[in-house]
Design a protein around this ligand. Structure first.
Ligand code: SF4
Length: 273
């Protein structure tokens, strides 16, 4: 039984060389985390604490306590190896961003009475007899009034989401397959993305037909992963956040040549490193 994750498949689509380093060669990079990832982790931990406190006590904690939880997580999880790519930004700037995200979220969503039934829920999507996809749902809600499950996902990215981007997002749609199976529930699952830096929510539902197509395209991608023998690099803007760039010959050469990604891809696109 092959078990995949969304990030494993996304890595393959982004850059096959990076996929090889991470999942085949199993190289653990020296630089493990970007400041953006650190910010995301700490905000997620604070929101998880907020809802778990409500589950345990029936009451929402004060905003100050949520901020304190976030601050403690920031200090505990921080390490000197965290990289800041945007040289005009400091760690304190990122820390303050997280506080703003939490204040906005708290004020927009209090008193948090939406019947959250699980946090950081691990799920397995059955794609076929041989393949599963494992994932974690930030927050699962059961809306009793509408007899509807909701998958909530927090995003700390500063890129404004377009409708097209959301429509193409496969992660939550695949997770909704697992929720339908788990609860033997045929109604459409509501997917809710919380874009915290914009204090904006986007909701979407997928039909059974759309989910069936997605399941098949995911299996097709897994088939490609399992039959791939060559792993060429793909230079893109995402290289700036790649934890392997210090050991990536393609990135080094691209930098020497002034990040001429098109020229690079033309040269290395079909070659095996
Ligand atoms: S730096 Fe870019 S080309 Fe190199 S492994 Fe990372 S994503 Fe791929």
């Amino acid at each position: 039984m092959g078990v995949y994750s969304n990030s494993k498949l996304k890595t393959f689509e982004q850059c096959k060389f990076k996929y090889k380093l991470r999942y085949i060669d199993k190289i653990i990079p020296e630089i493990e985390k970007s400041i953006e990832a650190h910010l995301g982790t700490c905000v997620h931990l604070a929101l998880e604490w907020l809802y778990s406190t409500i589950q345990e006590t029936g009451n929402a904690p004060e905003l100050d306590d949520v901020i304190t939880t976030y601050s403690k997580a920031w200090v505990k999880e921080y390490s000197d190896s965290i990289i800041i790519t945007k040289k005009w930004m400091s760690a304190a700037d990122y820390f303050n961003k997280g506080i703003k995200y939490l204040i906005d979220y708290y004020e927009s969503n209090k008193p948090f009475q939406d019947n959250t039934i699980a946090l950081e829920k691990e799920i397995l999507v059955d794609l076929s007899d041989e393949h599963q996809l494992r994932g974690f749902i930030d927050r699962l809600v059961y809306d009793k009034e509408n007899d509807e499950y909701e998958i909530h996902d927090y995003k700390t990215s500063e890129t404004a989401p377009s409708e097209e981007t959301i429509e193409k997002d496969t992660q939550l749609a695949l997770y909704s397959l697992a929720i339908k199976d788990l609860f033997k529930h045929d109604k459409q699952v509501k997917m809710v993305w919380h874009f915290l830096s914009f204090n904006k929510e986007i909701e979407l539902k997928k039909t059974n037909e759309q989910l069936a197509l997605l399941k098949q395209s995911t299996l097709d991608l897994i088939n490609e992963v399992e039959s791939t023998l060559e792993f060429p690099p793909t230079i893109s803007a995402l290289c700036n956040w790649c934890e392997y760039k210090e050991i990536c010959p393609a990135w080094k050469e691209s930098n020497l040549n002034g990040n001429q990604s098109d020229r690079y891809n033309k040269r290395y696109g079909q070659q095996k490193l």
